[in-house]
Design a protein around this ligand. Structure first.
Ligand code: SF4
Length: 734
């Protein structure tokens, strides 16, 4: 009997009369699932399905991927360029040529009046890699502003910073196949079932074949924590203390891998000295995990033949984000768990192409993991692009989270936003709003015309999305995968790639440079620039990538010439001794003293505020909020609150409450659950004018990533429930 029924009714699949399936890579998260998009005899998109032969997802998709094809006809798509002189005016339709010409003249005016860096560009993790590369060439080689960054600073900057500090380069060393080999997995602030559902499915499949301990470190009882063998509900923001305590136990009990440390690392003496301050008894009082548990978990981890550490925003979005990543790397290095099957330190990336922007956008440097600070790198790229190397700045400019405060101080006067929505995604919405009001010229380039930041734009450039254009993404495990163009974007919208090329043509400086007309030609440039480097992709091309259902870098021209196909499964970095990216080939073990610098709950604001993702939504809901099949699961925001805390305040399940911080307030529906501690609440981050009205967003000193997850709030019961419900609805237009 199934759920009380005596007869099982088979699911009937509607025949959508698909005539052709076209290959793509999911455009939401960084798992990088291979998708086929079905079109009928009229060329109309009617469905999507997972690709069975793709190693990443093996035919599966999550709820977002299953309905992704509905994006092509969703509400709110921009189909014409729009402009206005003042933000108080209504938008008027304009032509692409006029839009690009206005843009070029405004950028020139601002730079001539206030200096070259007074115009800033903030990009995303959602463009195709060829588009990132082209935007980088335009921004670094033509416009010449040094204040150029991506919204990836809000999600992955700490992972990048931590990898660079430990290994000498960005680039996750592991792969999903490591789940098949590991004997212990420690997940830090990572809720895979909701954030990266198909990676979670790979993990569960591996555990069903061969059980191994899953240890989850997270203040909240997330879905992953519910599946864990051991859940460590750490005090928010104190992961580094717990990591130091683990290392104290490992190093003092002789559980480290001395041979590996000697052959591959520097700094063990200094690390050992630092962790002496974090004996489990002392650490327990700070991080909230009892000393016996600290000892036994450290022993389980260190004694496993292979162990891996994974993490997501719980580590990255903290004032200690970069240190937390280095701490995970330290743990991997002292136990010899890098570069071997099942032994790794793997950041689970956020957006579909956060890796592509890290590798090729030139946001924090120059393409192909090159540095502005390195003279040879400036010279090489200058020669390749035909740009005087002296035109490049000699060190990177402001990160996204410093660009906005620089607007406040008058240092930045103009802003070009590409596929990002800071009015919803930045911490402290009211402050962000005031910053936007100070700008003289704002360009919003987006697939959606109703994106909230449009309130402050002077120019709107409608962009195509996902399979309305062609190019590649790189996923969490360094797998480059291709998306083919299936349909045209709506109306006059253009691929971002074409928009960058058009804007470039309106600057005379671009005349001496080459801006290829198609993505494959751009990919060829990237191949040349990748040769011999960590991210070598010189053996790849779009057709081979599709045939292999994605190829992990490195994959060299020599391998391709020899006919050596890339492995279907996983590929790892740093597999041989002393091959890390510092000149001596050795990784750095870095001591991590802990400094308490978060906003913490007090008498007036007694709750920790945590924020995070829901499986059915992506980022600021620009896409998923328009699709009934995803939006229906959570069309309005809610707040998880512990039932005991709710009882104290007389708050019932489903009632609206006011959540208040020192920055502002938000009206949310209360959901009573034991998932959160009595002194904590959780609000999803997808909604406009909601959780980020409350967040403080102190910045990590290394990565400049905001601490979205550590703020203090109070809760107020609302008397007029009807008015609160009305407000909650009105604040979300879709
Ligand atoms: Fe897309 Fe990520 Fe879902 Fe895969 S897991 S279908 S990549 S959103």
């Amino acid at each position: 009997m199934l759920f009380g029924r005596h007869k099982k009714n088979p699911i009937k699949m509607a025949d959508k009369k698909v005539e052709k399936w076209s290959y793509a890579t999911c455009g939401y998260c960084s798992v990088g699932c291979s998708i086929e998009i079905g079109t009928n005899a009229d060329g109309k998109v009617v469905g999507s399905r997972g690709v069975g032969g793709a190693d990443v997802n093996r035919g599966k998709l999550c709820v977002k991927g299953i309905f992704e094809h509905e994006l092509f006809t969703s509400d709110g798509r921009g189909d014409k360029p729009l402009s206005r002189d003042k933000v108080s005016d209504n938008y008027q339709e304009t032509t692409w040529d006029d839009a690009a010409s206005t843009m070029a003249s405004e950028i020139t005016r601002i730079q001539e009046t206030y200096g070259r860096d007074s115009f800033a560009v903030v990009s995303t993790g959602q463009l195709l890699t060829e588009e990132f590369y082209t935007l980088g060439k335009l921004t670094r080689g033509v416009i010449g502003t040094n204040n150029y960054d991506g919204n990836t600073t809000l999600c992955m900057a700490s992972a990048v910073s931590g990898y660079k500090r430990s290994f000498g380069s960005d680039g996750p060393p592991g792969c999903y196949e490591d789940f098949e080999h590991t004997e212990c997995l420690m997940a830090w602030g990572s809720n895979l079932p909701e954030q990266h559902p198909i990676i979670y499915w790979r993990l569960q499949e591996a555990r069903e074949k061969r059980d191994f301990p899953l240890i989850v470190v997270d203040p909240r009882v997330t879905m992953l924590a519910q599946k864990a063998d051991i859940h460590l509900a750490v005090t928010p923001g104190t992961d580094v203390v717990l990591q130091n305590a683990f290392m104290h136990v490992i190093l003092n009990e002789g559980l480290e891998d001395s041979d590996y440390i000697k052959a591959n690392t520097v700094g063990i003496k200094e690390l050992k000295a630092e962790v002496q301050h974090y004996d489990p008894t002392t650490a327990a009082k700070i991080c909230g995990i009892d000393e016996d548990t600290i000892r036994s978990v450290a022993r389980i981890y260190a004694k496993a033949k292979t162990a891996m550490g994974i993490w997501t925003m719980g580590i990255n979005q903290s004032t200690h984000g970069s240190d937390g990543v280095v701490g995970i790397n330290n743990l991997s290095l002292i136990t010899g768990n890098i570069g071997k099957p099942g032994g790794t330190s793997l950041s689970i990336t956020g957006q579909c192409n956060a890796m592509g922007t890290r590798e090729w956008s030139s946001c924090s440097g120059l393409p192909g993991y090159r540095y502005l600070e390195n003279e040879q790198d400036r010279k090489d790229i200058g020669e390749f692009w035909n740009v005087d190397p002296e035109f490049f700045p000699k060190k990177r400019g402001l990160a996204q989270t410093d660009i906005f405060p620089a607007i406040e101080t008058g240092q930045i006067k103009g802003l070009w936003l590409v596929a990002t929505n800071p009015m919803t995604s930045m911490p402290n919405t009211e402050r962000t709003r005031r910053m936007f009001e100070k700008l003289e010229f704002v360009v919003v380039q987006d697939s959606y015309v109703d994106v909230e930041t449009m309130q402050y734009a002077h120019l709107f450039l409608p962009a195509s999305t996902w399979a309305e254009k062609e190019g590649v993404f790189t996923n969490t495990e360094r797998r480059v995968n291709v998306t083919r163009k299936v349909v045209d974007g709506p109306g006059e919208s253009k691929p971002d790639f074409d928009i960058f090329n058009l804007v470039a043509k309106h600057f005379s400086k671009s005349e001496s440079m080459s801006f290829p007309e198609n993505p494959e030609a751009v990919f060829d440039e990237m191949k040349v620039l990748s040769k011999g480097r960590l991210l070598d992709m010189s053996g790849m091309n779009h057709d081979l990538i599709e045939k292999q259902r994605g190829i992990q870098w490195p994959y060299t021209e020599e391998q391709a010439k020899k006919g050596e196909l890339p492995p279907a499964g996983g590929k790892r970095l740093y597999t041989k001794n002393a091959t890390f990216c510092f000149p001596n080939g050795k990784a750095k073990l870095i001591p991590l003293p802990y400094i308490e610098n978060n906003e913490v709950p007090d008498e007036k604001f007694p709750f920790w505020l945590n924020s995070g993702r829901l499986v059915e939504h992506f980022h600021t809901r620009t896409k998923t909020g328009k699709l009934g099949n995803t939006n229906k699961y959570s069309p309005i925001p809610f707040m998880e609150i512990n039932p005991d805390a709710a009882l104290d305040m007389g708050i019932k399940q489903g009632e609206y409450v006011r959540c208040i911080s020192r920055r502002g307030d938000a009206v949310v529906m209360a959901m009573l659950t034991q998932r959160v501690a009595r002194n904590a609440v959780f609000i999803p981050f997808h909604y406009f004018d909601c959780v980020n009205r409350l967040t403080l967003g102190l910045l990590d000193p290394h990565s400049r990533q905001p601490a979205f997850k550590q703020s203090a709030v109070s809760i107020e019961k609302l008397e007029d429930q009807q008015a609160a419900a009305q407000l909650s609805m009105e604040m979300r237009n879709f």
